[in-house]
Design a protein around this ligand. Structure first.
Ligand code: FES
Length: 144
């Protein structure tokens, strides 16, 4: 039986090298965006989303990955309930508009890093973004 398995054993080191090489190159050829979500509400553990996220908004991603972010106007830049803080990676997002700035002024605790999740479109799949989600319990109508 030992001699029967010998040819396969001989190939195993080469197979391993080939698999490692392929995996390395696939990882570097197919760019994937990464968003790390942190929460003001410390009872919620942080969550990282990795994938083909280009062209999608932070709000859409929170919806898809079951992350609670209010959106009372339905994502049309007409409220401030989808307010988030972009801690890192602002350059990977569509620029802020005057209308968005106006609504951010009405959000709870606006800061320099404030954005509206529904207006944060991810520009490319090299994005590496860190977002803090404000405590949703403070938002009226937060049951979305
Ligand atoms: S959901 Fe209303 S402004 Fe984003």
């Amino acid at each position: 039986m030992g001699s029967h398995c010998a040819p396969l054993n001989l190939w195993q080191p080469y197979l391993f090298v080939w698999q490692t090489f392929t995996r390395f190159h696939l990882n570097h050829l197919v760019a994937v965006a990464k968003i790390r979500f942190l929460f003001e509400d410390k009872s919620i553990p942080e969550k990282t989303v990795v994938g083909d996220l280009e062209g999608r908004s932070i709000l859409e991603i929170t919806e898809e990955y079951d992350i609670h972010l209010s959106h009372n106007c339905g994502g049309v830049c007409a409220c401030s309930t989808c307010h988030v803080y972009i801690e890192k990676g602002e350059e990977f997002l569509e620029e802020i508009s005057e209308k968005e700035e106006d609504f951010i002024d009405r959000a709870i605790n606006p800061r320099l890093e404030s954005r509206l999740g529904c207006q944060c479109i991810i520009l490319d799949n090299d994005a590496d973004i860190v977002v803090t989600i404000p405590d949703q319990r403070r938002i009226i109508g937060h049951e979305h």
